[in-house]
Design a protein around this ligand. Sequence first.
Ligand code: CP
Length: 337
Amino acid sequence: MYSIFQGRSFLAEKDFSQAELQYLIDFAQHLKEMKQQHLPHQYLAGKNIALLFEKTSTRTRAAFTVATTDLGAHPEFLGANDIQLGTKESVEDTGKVLGRMFDGIEYRGSSQSVVTQLAESAGVPVWNGLTDAWHPTQMIADFLTIQENFGNLAGLTIAYCGDGRNNVANSLLVTSAILGVNIRIVTPTTLYPDDQIVALGHNYANQSGGTVQITDQVAEGVLGADVIYTDVWVSMGEEAQFEARIKQLLPYQVNQQLIEQTKNEQVIFMHCLPAFHDTQTSYGKEAAATYGIQEMEVTDEVFRSAYARQFDQAENRLHAIKAIMAATAGNLFIPKV
Ligand code: CP
């Protein structure tokens, strides 16, 4: 009998049920404890994993590399300039070739249709390491982090403050709704999420008991929130919109005043990273010189505060990605969930 995850790709959260997502979160927790106790978990022993990155990455690349190695498999990094994907060779042909050599494929790039085509042609599990539409491996790590802090998920409230149309906002909206978590997207009306994604969220929330709220009112949006989440104001490839985004999103910056507006002493702060909270980077220095702004989506004060959980999230990327890879491509049996 097949495991329910065996051979499946992980392209978007909406492809998985509440029970399946919860299983992956709990399995990630289990694998985290196994690693901490130095217990072997080589569920991918002898396999080969392709890591396709058309965009830069720190956490996702590191997590897939270490997860692959911990699971006993070999990771092969194939960057944008290393292979002919999309330039001299179609996505379909590339998927067919890689699927004959590798046992699983990670893809990070702009287009959701590319990762979908790879999954259709490769015949092995394909994992979405981020596209413009979704960031699903991030969600397993994030909800593991939330569960570690609160002991449960359903009934909690997340307020996402920032660009309401980016991949992380999309994924948080839909994943929260599937898991019965109340999600509030707090963003200017000009950056409200796509209507189809909001409708999808409402459909899931009606089944799970969660709620979906989109608002441009910060005080109303963050009141009572258990989690304040933000992301960069300008995503990869949108750099030309920097000045406009700063003007639009400055009122939504996560600072101490916004944290206090939650009126929840147990509130935690989350960020998928990288974050622009100071001028220690060339990006930060350029923003300071050009726009006179020292910190963007989160202040340095909040980033370094007791509320902050962003480095727990970063570590949990490893355990989450390992759970997804092991469940879908590993030599292990997972009964019906
Ligand atoms: N959060 C995230 O995806 O980080 P990287 O861009 O470093 O992979």
